[in-house]
Design a protein around this ligand. Structure first.
Ligand code: SF4
Ligand code: SF4
Length: 488
């Protein structure tokens, strides 16, 4: 793939002057696919914070919420605690491998259809058409001197850019707090300063990147095209101009004056260049500026239909298939080009991580016990000769309701325990506690065993005392003075 060429006829500069890009409106299969993906992705982004999910009275009812204050991540029925961050890491790894999978199967489809930069740039380009008209009107207005009418149009267009950008920044912060509450607080000036700062930064970046920098982000700023270039091979689907069929180019009239077969199918109408959102000419070969949005395929197919020639002069093809086609073979159907060994390997890795995460989610315990022993001193001999050890227990309840539980000594015959909220006179083999909804309850526990008890292992057993049940068991070690007995 080629990098952008230096400007023709000028001394080579460090920075290329931007050529204005005014893509023409086009209709066709891929344009309609882009409309559908744009509608789905924008709806997901703007609407998700407003979806509700009933988790009972003790947890927020926002379906997707990153609750930084309480260190929780909610996603519909799933609630991730900080110590379960491996789920989030797993999802990020899946997203990364998913990008490799998509690149291997359908080339730069992510760039062409679903990347936020592409989606918002597309949205802003539709605003341009709505306010200024299609390509020719936009070019005329761009070259026209500044008048009150031009200034008015620019002000209106940039105001719409700003409104979209502000809405985009505003939607982002709603993923981090209850959306209706945050909107109320935001407009009454009661939201946290970080909320206003985040909206300001995201509004400014969306306005600049989507409204003005556009294709320059893809060509010069984003590292992903460079990474993808290294990942593409002769089996990767890319948008290809079939030069063996299109060249030499000539207009329909010029071709008619010559002997049949003197010219190729390209009538040099430049429609493929006019619709390109990055302003490149795909007839010059694969290049880094091509985000494979396929709008040039729609444009060229339309032209071929009008001049009565077969579609597909510009089409998705692999380099391998292009070479075969050039040698006279029929083009391979796209669905057969998608599945090749590398794609299958990526898919297997991606699916394996997904299955592992689902299994871990499905089998995780909703109550949990952690124990930490006092190390200094490891034991105390009380005035009546009994030996006492102390622990800090942490009882975790991941349910959205308070739960009654018992902690029981499993082993250590004759020993009894009490907590810092009860007296030693109430010591027993088992204590009852209630753990708040969606909380960890720390509990100081003292265990006393008769004089002469030797060092030995035992366990704390946690049991939920409700219909759902469940529990946990954690091994511990009871320390005693040396010479009192043997280990284990
Ligand atoms: S749209 Fe098709 S026919 Fe027209 S210039 Fe491009 S490749 Fe040639
Ligand atoms: S060359 Fe075609 S596929 Fe590539 S960015 Fe331009 S319109 Fe999209």
């Amino acid at each position: 793939m080629r990098n952008p060429e230096p400007m023709q006829g000028h001394q080579q500069n460090w920075y290329e002057k931007r050529r204005g890009v005014f893509p023409r409106q086009i209709d066709g299969t891929f344009r309609r696919l882009k409309w559908a993906i744009m509608a789905v992705t924008l709806t997901i982004y703007y609407a998700t914070p407003w979806l509700r999910w009933d988790r009972g009275p003790y947890a927020p009812d926002q379906a997707v919420l990153v609750d930084l204050a309480h260190r929780r991540f909610y996603m519909f029925a799933i609630e991730i605690w900080p110590q379960e961050f491996y789920f989030v890491a797993g999802l990020l790894i899946m997203a990364g491998i998913g990008l490799f999978l998509v690149t291997s199967a359908v080339g730069r489809a992510w760039c062409g259809y679903a990347c936020p930069q592409t989606v918002w740039t597309d949205l802003f380009q539709h605003v341009d058409r709505f306010i200024d008209g299609d390509r020719n009107a936009q070019i005329r207005l761009q070259n026209a001197p500044w008048t009150v009418a031009k200034a008015g149009r620019r002000a209106l267009k940039w105001s719409i850019y700003l409104a979209i950008s502000f809405w985009t920044g505003g939607a982002w912060i709603m993923y981090f707090a209850d959306a209706p509450t945050l909107v109320r607080e935001f407009w009454s000036g009661e939201a946290a300063p970080v909320a206003y700062a985040s909206v300001a930064v995201l509004t400014a970046t969306t306005f600049a990147l989507g409204g003005f920098l556009r294709e320059q982000v893809c060509i010069y700023m984003c590292p992903w095209p460079r990474i993808q270039t290294a990942m593409l091979d002769e089996k990767s689907l890319i948008v290809t101009y079939k030069d063996w069929r299109g060249e030499p180019r000539a207009s329909v009239k010029a071709a008619q004056k010559q002997q049949a077969g003197s010219f190729g199918d390209c009538i040099d109408c430049n429609q493929c260049v006019a619709v390109c959102p990055t302003g490149i000419d795909i007839r010059e070969g694969p290049q880094i500026g091509c985000i494979t949005c396929a709008l040039c395929i729609d444009a060229c197919d339309r032209v071929m239909r009008q001049v009565g020639r077969p579609r597909g002069l510009i089409d998705y093809a692999t380099l391998e298939d292009a070479a075969r086609e050039k040698a006279g073979a029929a083009p391979t159907p796209h669905r057969k080009l998608i599945w090749h060994p590398r794609t299958l390997v990526y898919f297997a890795i991606w699916a394996a991580i997904g299955c592992a995460l689902m299994f871990a989610l499905g089998t995780r315990r909703h109550i949990d016990l952690a124990v930490q022993k006092d190390r200094n001193p490891p034991f105390m001999v009380l005035s009546d000769g009994t030996v006492r050890n102390a622990w800090t227990l942490k009882l975790k309840n991941m349910e959205g309701r308070p739960r009654s539980m018992t902690v029981t000594l499993d082993g250590l015959p004759g020993a009894a325990m009490w907590t810092d909220t009860m007296g030693r006179e109430d010591a027993a083999r088992s204590v009852a506690v209630t753990v708040d909804a969606d909380a960890i309850r720390p509990l100081r526990v003292y265990v006393a065993a008769a004089a002469g008890t030797h060092e030995q292992s035992f366990a704390f057993r946690l049991e939920a005392k409700d219909a759902e049940g469940g529990g946990d068991r954690v091994k511990a070690r009871f320390d005693a003075p040396e010479g009192e007995g043997e280990s284990e």
